[in-house]
Design a protein around this ligand. Structure first.
Ligand SMILES: Cc1cc2nc3c(=O)[nH]c(=O)nc-3n(C[C@H](O)[C@H](O)[C@H](O)COP(=O)(O)OP(=O)(O)OC[C@H]3O[C@@H](n4cnc5c(N)ncnc54)[C@H](O)[C@@H]3O)c2cc1C
Length: 368
């Protein structure tokens, strides 16, 4: 059995690793000339860490991560408690994206990754699929996995008419900056006025990841730093001491990343006989729940369990789709409840409800 995976992002690489562990030959096609991960932090939840444990890289991932707890404060510095949920529902691991990408590429085997190879189109046949690259090459496989992100060209062919849509008014600014010294004594995530959220978290090597998001933002103007500072002001009423503002002010403009948020609409299907979608290609979601990559890592693990060297590919992909579509429909519902929470306290409660649901097997859930 041979698989071609389109996309060398976190989900494509994890899929490659899961398939290789299942005994399947893998070629990852990445259109960029090198593997790039925008240099900011990524929160991984217990379900993603369990996948990495199963794939034999859990310890290595923990070694490039710092454990954190997703508790929110309001702009006055008060902790927003969620007594209905346990401490495990708040725990995540903060990793550096570029380091995770490197680690996964090494685990997959760099020889199995073809850089500067852009997907153009596929032709599906009864017993194989032919993949054509933008550079004019051709590759044949038993299965094609589209892990090519929110703007997926594989999805455009598999499910036409489903372009990524902008999450209107939602913007995110973030950066990782070097250790600012001992003045930063704790991590903090803050829910403030005007749909703003943000905060700062130390990473495993002492550097700091800060982020600011806003829903229903007016069109940003000024430099990225000015845009982020304007939002941080809504997060730092009396109790939050201006630390976030200081961190943003100390960040060089060219280290600040700004994203408009792109969403993939709910898809009627994720697979045909030998072609399947995974990660953001299938379900780019609003990152206010910081779980898109985590959920994509689940997709990779499931493909690795269902596809076997001598197995029936269409049956495996049908089983994958039957598992994933309802899980994402529910993820989208819970995510919308967080987004539309009327108060910071409700936001914190819905957020914990989401993570509890995501990381807890159905039989063990205390809340749904
Ligand atoms: C501000 C922000 C914060 C976030 N925070 C978190 C978080 O804390 N935790 C979390 O779990 N998730 C988070 N997410 C979501 C997470 O970043 C994404 O869900 C995840 O990175 C998606 O990975 P992917 O591999 O599916 O797609 P991508 O990372 O988009 O990778 C797709 C790859 O495919 C390649 N590609 C595209 N087109 C082609 C083509 N035609 N041919 C070949 N290659 C192609 C691209 O170059 C790229 O390498 C956040 C997102 C944002 C925007």
């Amino acid at each position: 059995m041979r698989a071609v995976v389109i996309g060398g992002g976190i989900v494509g690489l994890t899929t490659g690793l899961a398939l290789r562990r299942a005994g399947i030959e893998v070629a990852i096609h990445e259109h960029a000339p090198e593997l790039r991960a925008a240099g900011a932090g990524l929160g991984l939840w217990a379900n993603a860490l369990a996948v990495f444990d199963d794939l034999g890289v859990g310890e290595q991932v923990r070694a490039i991560g710092k454990p954190g707890e997703m508790y929110f404060h309001d702009a006055a510095g008060r902790l927003l408690e969620t007594p209905e949920f346990g401490v495990e529902d708040h725990r995540f691991l903060l990793v550096h994206r570029a380091k995770l990408t490197d680690l996964l590429a090494d685990a997959v085997g760099r020889d199995n990754i073809r850089l500067a190879t852009g997907f153009a189109a596929y032709e599906e046949h009864a017993d194989h699929v032919t993949v054509r690259s933008a550079e004019g090459g051709e590759d044949n496989a038993d299965v094609l996995v589209g892990a090519d992100g929110a703007y997926s060209a594989v999805r455009a062919q598999l499910v036409p008419g489903t372009p990524a849509e902008e999450h209107a008014g939602h913007h995110a600014w973030r950066a990782v900056i070097p250790d600012p010294g001992p003045t930063l004594t704790e991590d903090r995530l803050i829910l403030g006025a005007h749909g703003c959220r943000g905060g700062y978290v130390r990473t495993y090597d002492g550097s700091v990841y800060w982020l600011v998001n806003q829903f229903t933002a007016p069109e940003p103007t000024g430099t990225l730093k000015q845009q982020a500072l304007e939002r941080a002001a809504h997060l730092e009423a009396a109790g939050n001491h201006g630390v976030l503002t200081e961190l943003i002010a100390a960040t060089p403009e060219d280290r600040i990343l700004h994203n408009r948020i792109m969403l993939v609409p709910p898809l009627p299907r994720w697979a045909s006989g030998r072609v399947v979608l995974a990660g953001d290609a299938a379900h780019a979601m609003s990152p206010h729940i910081t779980a898109g990559a985590t959920l994509g890592i689940e997709d990779a693990a499931l493909l690795g369990r269902l596809l076997t060297p001598a197995g029936d590919v269409p049956a495996a992909l049908a089983a994958y789709e039957a598992d994933r579509i309802p899980r994402y429909a529910h993820a989208a519902e819970l995510s919308a409840a967080v987004e539309h929470a009327p108060t910071p306290r409700e936001f914190a409660r819905h957020y914990a409800a989401f993570s509890h649901w995501m990381i807890t097997p159905p039989a063990n859930r205390v809340r749904t």
